[in-house]
Design a protein around this ligand. Structure first.
Ligand SMILES: Nc1ncnc2c1ncn2[C@@H]1O[C@H](COP(=O)(O)OP(=O)(O)OP(=O)(O)O)[C@@H](O)[C@H]1O
Ligand SMILES: [Mg+2]
Length: 237
């Protein structure tokens, strides 16, 4: 089966600073893959390069079996990619309803609102509220709702649970699980390593722009491997 994502030899950075130094990763169709690594390792940079927000200096990104080099971020979205960026990625000065309308395809705005409200009923009660005045957890629900609204084939999730109370984190992970049940593949970056691994079949560890571990989630869960790659600050799950 064609992989949802195939990254090979990818290099990218900002100005003269190279952040990604030759990355190879694969996300099989329908699978969940965790991307782990310390702060500053390059996780968000990798997701931005995959979604086309940052051009690579070398290497290729293949999405759904096609080389994406000439595809704009909007084109990649239309082909089935959904990037939920770090830091919420919503329009703070627009209302909840307006944000949801922008997430939906043209002509499918009512449907976009209905599917978001189905996933997170609280958003339905707050459609006319300005998004920037929602609580942090509600803002994150609005941000991840696009993974349902857009019916994507591959979702890149960057720290969706950052700064949220445990019960909201549960909601977000339950939501992500429901998306995979509908057949979407997931590449998930999260500070809750144990939770990310419990959903994932495979994991990659990124260390200063290089992949230093590539294996099954079970292999990574073995304590010695876990400590070696993710350091003392992380509890083995
Ligand atoms: N827009 C930018 N301009 C210049 N340097 C950047 C920019 N964004 C990120 N960097 C640098 O690139 C490196 C990788 O950052 P990145 O955000 O990809 O890390 P990360 O693994 O997502 O970290 P975190 O876990 O803290 O989110 C860091 O050294 C960071 O300072
Ligand atoms: Mg990041």
């Amino acid at each position: 089966m064609t992989a949802a994502l195939h990254v090979s030899g990818l290099r990218a950075g900002y100005g003269r600073t190279e952040v990604l130094r030759g990355i190879d990763i694969v996300v099989d169709s329908g699978s969940v893959v965790a991307l782990l690594g310390a702060n500053g390792a390059g996780k968000s940079t990798l997701l931005k390069t995959i979604s086309g927000l940052l051009p690579p200096t070398e290497g290729t990104v293949e999405l759904f079996g096609e080389n994406a080099a000439k595809q704009s971020p909007a084109r990649r979205t239309a082909r089935g990619l959904c990037h939920i960026p770090e830091g919420r990625g919503i329009f703070r000065s627009l209302t909840v309803k307006e944000n949801l309308e922008l997430q939906g395809a043209p002509g499918k705005r009512a449907e976009a609102i209905a599917s978001a409200v189905e996933s997170f009923p609280i958003l339905g009660e707050r459609l006319s509220q300005v998004a920037g005045t929602l609580s942090g957890g509600q803002q994150q629900m609005l941000s991840v709702a696009r993974a349902y609204v857009q019916h994507p084939k591959l979702v890149l999730v960057d720290e969706a649970s950052l700064g949220l109370a445990p019960v909201i984190v549960d909601d977000i992970f339950r939501f992500l699980a429901s998306i995979t049940q509908k057949g979407a593949s997931l590449l998930i970056v999260d500070q809750f390593v144990a939770r990310a691994l419990s959903m994932a079949s495979r994991a990659y560890v990124l260390n200063r722009g290089v992949i230093t571990f590539n294996g099954t989630a079970d292999e990574l869960r073995q304590e010695d491997v876990f400590q070696r790659y993710l350091g003392e600050g992380n509890e083995a799950p």
